[in-house]
Design a protein around this ligand. Structure first.
Ligand code: SF4
Length: 348
C-alpha cells in the first residue's frame, strides 16, 4: 500500500532520528538488529557485523546517520539503472560500513571502513535541498550497502517525496523482510547485485547467503519496487556457463523476462589484484546465455559498449546510449513509437 509521506513525524535532533526502529529484544544484554538478513544479536556497547549499528543500552543507534562519506551527482545510468528515468541525474550518497566482505569490492575504501567522519552533519533536509539545487530527479543510496543506513535513507526518501524526487537503492539484496516491506511507497527502484549462484561462494567469499538474497530479490519485485539486476562477472569465480545460466534462468523464471540484467566487467581491485579483467568475449557469452533464457533486456557494463534498449516486440531501438549518456530516447509515454509496446520500467 502506498504510504502517506505527510503523516511521517520528524524528530528534531540527530540523536533522536538515529535511534533504530528496526530491532527487537533478545536477552538481558542483547538486542536483535532487524535491518538486514544477518539479524545480529548485538551485545550492549557493541556493533553488529556492519560495524555501524550499535547497541547503546535499550536501543540501537545507526552511527552513520547524517554522516555520508561520499556525495556525488551521477547519471542514473551509472547506478546502473537503464529503465528508470533515463538520462536524469541521481544525487548519490553512501556512508562507511558494509554487511558483506567481498574480496573484489570496488568501493572498499569506504565499505570496509568504520571510521566515521563526523565533522559535518547532513540532515535529511540538507540532502534533499542539495538534490533539488542540483536538479536531481532521484536520490541514490549507493557506494556502500545502504541497508545498514536504512534509517537515514528512509528519512531522506520521505522528505524527497514531498518534492517529487524518487529514491533508489543500489544494494546487495541482503535487506531483512521487515525493511523490504517498509520500503513500499518510500523506495521506488533498486539495482540489486546477484553476485553468484553458488551458495558456498556467497558464504565464504562474500559473507552472505544465496537463498536469502534470492528471496529478498523476489520480495522487492512482489512489493512493486522497480528492480534491475547486476552480476559482476569475475573471471574464474562466477563465469562458468552453468552458473551464468542459473542466474539468467532465475531472473527469467522467478522475476520475469522484462527485468533488466546488467552483466558487468570486473577489474582488479581490493584483494583481487591477481585476477584478469573480464573480456568482451566473456561478457558476450553471458549475453548469449541471457538471451537463450529469454531475457528481453541485457546490458554490458564497464566495457564501453553502447547498450541500446530494443523493443522486445518489433526490435526497433527505442533508447540509444553512449557510455553513461543517453544519445536518443524515442519512447513516447514509455511506449515504443513503432509498435506501441510498453517498455517496462519507470519512465516519467
Ligand atoms: S544492519 Fe545487518 S549487519 Fe548491521 S547490525 Fe544490523 S543486522 Fe547486523
Amino acid at each position: 500500500m502506498p504510504r502517506e509521506p505527510s503523516k511521517y513525524i520528524y524528530l528534531s535532533s540527530r540523536e533522536d532520528r538515529a535511534v533504530s526502529k528496526f530491532y527487537k529484544p533478545y536477552s538481558d544484554d542483547r538486542l536483535i538488529c532487524t535491518l538486514c538478513q544477518h539479524y545480529c544479536k548485538i551485545k550492549k556497547n557493541q556493533t553488529g557485523i556492519c560495524g555501524v549499528n550499535k547497541n547503546i543500552g535499550d536501543k540501537i543507534e545507526c552511527l552513520v546517520y547524517g554522516y555520508p562519506s561520499a556525495l556525488a551527482i551521477d547519471p542514473i545510468e551509472k547506478k546502473p539503472l537503464y529503465h528508470f528515468l533515463p538520462s536524469s541525474k541521481a544525487f548519490s550518497l553512501g556512508t562507511v560500513g558494509c554487511n558483506f566482505r567481498c574480496s573484489f569490492c570496488q568501493n572498499w575504501q569506504i565499505s570496509q571502513s568504520v571510521n566515521i567522519d563526523k565533522s559535518r552533519y547532513f540532515s535529511p533536509e540538507d540532502i534533499v535541498r542539495l538534490a533539488i539545487e542540483n536538479s536531481s530527479a532521484s536520490i541514490a543510496y549507493t557506494y556502500n550497502e545502504p541497508t545498514i543506513f536504512y534509517l537515514y535513507a528512509r528519512d531522506i526518501a520521505l522528505q524527497a517525496k514531498e518534492h517529487s524526487i524518487k529514491s533508489i537503492f543500489v544494494t546487495n539484496g541482503y535487506e531483512s523482510k521487515e525493511v523490504v516491506d517498509d520500503m513500499v511507497g518510500i523506495i521506488d527502484g533498486a539495482n540489486i547485485d546477484l553476485k553468484s549462484f553458488n551458495p558456498s561462494y556467497y558464504k565464504k567469499n562474500l559473507g552472505g547467503n544465496l537463498q536469502k538474497v534470492l528471496d529478498t530479490i523476489k520480495q522487492f519485485v512482489k512489493n512493486g519496487i522497480w528492480v534491475e539486476i547486476t552480476t559482476l562477472i569475475v573471471p574464474s569465480q562466477n563465469d562458468s556457463e552453468e552458473e551464468l545460466r542459473d542466474i539468467a534462468n532465475f531472473i527469467a523464471k522467478e522475476l520475469g523476462v522484462h527485468i533488466p540484467w546488467h552483466i558487468s566487467a570486473f577489474h582488479p581491485d581490493y584483494k583481487e589484484q591477481n585476477l584478469p579483467r573480464t573480456s568482451i568475449e566473456m561478457l558476450q557469452r553471458a549475453y548469449d546465455i541471457g538471451k537463450e533464457a529469454g531475457l528481453h533486456y541485457i546490458y554490458m557494463g564497464n566495457i564501453g559498449v553502447e547498450n541500446p534498449t530494443n523493443c522486445p516486440k518489433c526490435h526497433k531501438t527505442v533508447i540509444q546510449r553512449e557510455y553513461f549518456g543517453v544519445t536518443k530516447n524515442s519512447l513516447i509515454d514509455g511506449k515504443c513509437p513503432s509498435c506501441g509496446y510498453k517498455i517496462e520500467g519507470v519512465f516519467q
